[in-house]
Design a protein around this ligand. Structure first.
Ligand SMILES: Nc1nc2c(ncn2[C@@H]2O[C@H](COP(=O)(O)OP(=O)(O)OP(=O)(O)O)[C@@H](O)[C@H]2O)c(=O)[nH]1
Ligand SMILES: [Mg+2]
Length: 469
């Protein structure tokens, strides 16, 4: 499934960048110098990523209007390599759609608003915005591209039904372009739209063609439809600044095209409305005078104000009542699968719950500690490990909104328990988690180790449930 990704076209692109054609060479050199400088600035040490582990998702729960469920709702977002323009594009979409009343303009500084994000010019926390087209209502999550914050990207992507992958025309595909494609696939995203950004910096149309060919190959490599996936070229910055540059436009016109392609190509999935309610918790915050709100995407079922629910995971099983439901500052009487919502919980303190737990219909789901999984271990070419590992290897497991350390061992009855797992292998192993988390047979997960994705898997059998602390 994940064939080697060294593409001839990529070599082509690199050599094209070296050809001394004057306008193109100048463009590329400037872009390369700029990105080298930016990357060096980004390597400066900052607060360790682990201290940013449970940063709350930035959403408010107040001044609510009523949400009207008049259009199909889709959860999408921007993913892709650091600095390729995801946040600029997110701001540009709201700006362009605000003209037709489909959005409130959210500028760049309101999306990357944490002091550290502002200081470093990068996204750290996934941020949520909403907009509407004539056909649909969208929740949009702007994900971080920086490798240090990929855990926030995975959590954000876990609630997307489809995604926009942003690729800068000046760089082409880069390591997190590939990693995000893999992770998007792994969290169950089936369709993507590609936005090739920063075309204002490219003079040579051949260069854009090469980037497009390269992306189509890459999409196919990661199991997406390489031929039919819409690819839109434009400049998010031009759209944001109201520049069009040329008769066909590179800004506003391309954003409208992008949104149109999202409407047409990204499908609203069949929602599991008939199953018991289940919402993995993505963020938690408190509203003075009202209580604690848990945010996340409802994965299945429906819920009404006043319904009893249970919060499970990490050694807890607490009953409470849902006293309010909101989506993007608008109140709802009833939440349903697919909603990216905030749930106001009676009598729960902010510090009692956290990301990785789940809100469920009472008794409908278990929190598990040990399971058998079918694993694929990424090869070196796919960005995975360079060396084999043995039993008791302890990577970090990401599934839904949780991330937890696990130990991998061979199932009972395996003849040679000292055998090694090679990069590129498909194996069946037992995963023992350090905390119990609410997961089920069939759920997919990703394994990561020191900032790289090393494997992907699916749960095939539950061996042990968590115990209540
Ligand atoms: N010339 C040009 N610059 C752009 C364009 N889009 C974004 N930029 C610039 O590229 C830089 C990075 O943009 P961001 O939107 O922060 O990139 P990002 O992908 O959100 O970055 P992370 O979230 O940190 O991964 C900023 O300086 C933007 O102004 C564009 O279309 N043209
Ligand atoms: Mg960003």
């Amino acid at each position: 499934m994940f064939a080697a990704s060294r593409l001839p076209v990529q070599a082509c692109l690199k050599s094209a960048a070296r050809v001394p054609r004057v306008p193109l060479a100048r463009t590329v050199a400037t872009a390369a110098t700029r990105s080298t400088l930016l990357n060096a600035a980004r390597r400066a040490p900052i607060a360790s990523p682990s201290s940013l582990r449970y940063l709350p998702v930035k959403r408010a729960y107040s001044d609510a209007k009523v949400y009207s469920r008049s259009k199909p709702h889709l959860n999408i977002g921007t993913i892709g390599h650091v600095d390729h323009g995801k946040t600029t594009l997110t701001a540009a979409i709201t700006k362009v759609l605000a003209e037709s009343g489909g959005a409130s303009f959210i500028d760049y500084a309101q999306i990357d608003k944490a002091p550290e994000e502002k200081a470093r010019g990068i996204t750290i926390n996934a941020a949520h915005v909403e907009y509407e087209t004539t056909n649909r209502h969208y929740s949009h999550i702007d994900c971080p591209g920086h490798a240090d914050y990929i855990k926030n990207m995975i959590t954000g992507a876990a609630s997307m039904d489809g995604a926009i992958i942003v690729v800068s025309a000046t760089d082409g595909q880069m390591p997190q372009t590939r990693e995000h494609l893999l992770l998007a696939r792994q969290v169950g995203i089936k369709r993507l739209v590609v936005f090739i950004n920063k075309i204002d910096q490219i003079d040579d149309p051949e260069m854009l063609e090469l980037v497009e060919m390269e992306i189509r190959d890459l999409l196919a490599t990661y199991g997406f439809d390489g031929e039919a996936t819409p690819i839109i070229m434009g400049s998010a910055l031009a759209a944001l600044e109201g520049r069009e540059d040329g008769p066909e436009g590179i800004g506003r016109a391309r954003i409208l095209k992008l949104v149109q392609e999202c409407d047409q190509w990204l499908e609203v999935p069949q929602r599991d409305l008939d199953k018991p309610f289940y919402m993995p918790i993505e963020g938690v915050f408190s509203i003075p005078g009202r209580g604690t709100v848990a945010t996340g995407k409802a994965e299945r079922g429906t819920i009404k104000k006043g319904d009893e629910v249970e919060i499970i995971g990490f050694g807890q099983r607490m009953k409470t009542v849902l006293t309010g439901i909101e989506m993007h500052h608008k109140e709802l009487d009833r939440g349903e699968a697919g909603d990216n919502m905030g749930a106001l919980l009676r009598g729960i303190k902010r510090e009692q719950i956290h990301r990785g737990q789940a809100i469920i219909a009472p008794g409908s789901m278990k929190s598990i500690k040990k399971f058998v999984a079918s694993l694929y271990v990424l090869s070196k070419d796919e960005g995975g490990r360079h060396h084999p590992f043995m039993a008791n290897y302890r990577p970090q497991m990401f599934s839904q909104t949780c991330d937890v350390t696990c130990a991998l061992t061979w199932p009972e009855g395996v003849e040679d328990a000292s055998k090694m797992v090679m990069p590129g292998d498909n194996v069946e192993m037992v995963c023992s988690l350090v905390h119990d988390v609410p997961l089920e047979v069939g759920f997919r997960f990703t394994l990561r180790e020191s900032n790289k994705t090393v494997g992907t898997g699916v749960i095939t059998q539950i061996l042990e449930e968590g115990t209540i602390a």
